[in-house]
Design a binder for this molecule. Structure first.
Ligand code: 13P
Length: 260
């Protein structure tokens, strides 16, 4: 079976300011300077990307710079939008597409998210495609169906050759920012099902190499148990990524998870 290097992302959402963002990025870079067995990314708000990109580069940090969103358009008259090329210019390596807050709060549909994923890949960025069910959908027994639909729609037309640059983040909406975490068994079942969908869409080899992160109230206290599940390859962290010591502890837990 393919070895998948764990991958942990810190999604800062609409938090920090210039000074506290720089402080947080510095603290994360220092705390994780010698942690080489995990891929680590931080996703600061747009206005701070260039500054934090410079800061990480000047420190020689291996922490990757990520953006929380990207336009599906390459440029032009799209007020307020930010293109993949602009992000790349700021040192961004990867971008979140389809975070539940963009799907459910801002109302972005699957077709737009697919276009964003393609634009990011075409522009030279990696993609973290976020999927996951709402509480109503979980209670109606639709978890796997929703994940399958969002994965198929988000990846439509993306060739296998691009899949090494794609990560899936499974984030059950009801577990985001609520303190409720999916049980390791529930999360593992959802991840295994998502991997089966990837195998069907591509090949078992491609599916075996794609990293699937878990997101939703991950903290130092529950990270090790979640990351020990065979199909959970790290996490996408919200609240706990705003504290460097917690985020570093979560990254170390991913490093310590049994090798796949
Ligand atoms: P919390 O870790 O705050 O639940 O947020 C998860 C998330 O949405 C990461 O993208």
């Amino acid at each position: 079976m393919t070895h998948r290097k764990p991958y942990v992302g810190g999604n800062w959402k609409m938090n920090t300011d210039g000074a506290s963002g720089a402080e947080l990025a510095t603290a994360v870079a220092v705390a994780l300077e010698t942690e080489h067995s995990v891929d680590i990314a931080v996703f600061p708000p747009f206005p701070y990307l260039a500054g934090i990109g410079t800061l990480l580069r000047d420190r020689g940090s291996t922490v990757l710079l990520g953006a929380q969103d990207v336009s599906d358009q390459p440029g032009g008259a799209f007020t307020g939008e930010v293109s993949a090329a602009m992000l790349l210019d700021c040192g961004v390596k990867t971008v979140l597409v389809g975070h539940s807050e963009r799907r459910h709060v801002i109302g972005e549909p699957d077709a737009l998210l697919n276009a964003k994923a393609k634009a990011a890949l075409a522009g030279g960025l990696d993609v973290v495609l976020c999927i996951g069910e709402t509480l109503d959908q979980r209670e109606a027994g639709e978890t796997d169906e929703i994940n399958e639909r969002q994965a198929r729609a988000g990846l439509a037309g993306i060739p296998a050759a691009d899949m090494p640059r794609v990560t899936i983040a499974y984030e059950p909406v009801w577990a985001i920012g609520t303190g409720k975490t999916a049980t390791p068994d529930d999360a593992q079942n959802a991840h295994a099902q998502i991997r089966r969908v990837l195998a069907d869409l591509y090949t078992p080899e491609v599916a075996g190499a794609v990293r699937i992160q878990y997101g939703g109230s991950v903290k130092p206290a529950n990270a090790a148990e979640l990351f020990s599940c065979p199909d959970i390859d790290g996490g996408l962290i919200g609240g706990a990524s705003l504290k460097a010591t917690d985020f570093a502890a979560i990254c170390h837990a991913a490093a310590a998870a049994p090798a796949l």
